[in-house]
Design a protein. Sequence first.
Length: 323
Amino acid sequence: LGVDTMVSPLSAMSSTPVPVPKPLLPSLPPTEATWQLDELLADLGHTQNKLAAAGKGAGVPLESLLDNMLDSLTRDLQELGIKAAPAGVCAACRKPIAGKVLTALGKTWHPEHFTCARCGKELDKGPFFEQGGQAFCEEDYHQAFSPRCAYCASPIREKVLTALEQTWHPEHFFCAHCGKVFGDEGFLERNGKPYCHQDFLAMFAPKCQGCERPVLDNYLSALEAVWHTECFVCTECLSGFTGGSFFELEGRPYCELHFHQRQGTICHGCGRPVTGRCITAAGRRYHPEHFVCTYCLGRLHKGTVRECGDKMYCQPCYDKLFV
């Protein structure tokens, strides 16, 4: 067929239609001619830009120019007894597809009409993504539909980590304090932020009033604080409170003996705490029954007491011993 003269750019620039010579007989069998037609139509997409420039200069719309050429070819082939059946109808322009056909999303397309629904980029030679029956290039698909990282706010294109009701790049899910990526031990949450165990305990766990280390499991509450059970002991002798009772002084726990020592309420006679009635003499305290003469062991009465060194005497014994 005299096909080359039909698609010459010089012919497209003329405002007067150029007559197409019609051979008396087909030069090729119908199957061969049909094959050449398909090849020709496939190449039309590559010459589209050149024809667009030529048609614009001549004032002829590109689509009209191409339609006229295809109609002329179809009529010539029909007169030769060759039927050029379309390969389908393009889902974009709704026109028959006579050359190369692209099948995607259950439809047929002109290759140049299968484009990204967002940016218009042709998708016939690369991968595409489908969403809601529409095709998208990779970049626009991820920008529009991929989950976003709670840390960097960019689309997550591959592995997605879900935690704290948000999505993350795995490498961006780390301790909010030290920046360490979590391992097998996992993480702990505080106010919507993840923390490693070490930082969480150091920052938020209650501290033992005795050793100031975090309290994790067994503990007791006393003196408006929490304590490890092994840390709640007498501040002076470090003995535990076996009886369950303790004495408090300036926010610290004491056993009975050391509490009274700190308070100055130890009986000077027996060395034990004075918890009831007491007698104070020479700056010292006594149980009433222990306030006795050092020599005769008779009960002393205030006003009749004589002191020598740190010992107390009744008047007769004092006179006998020292006068």
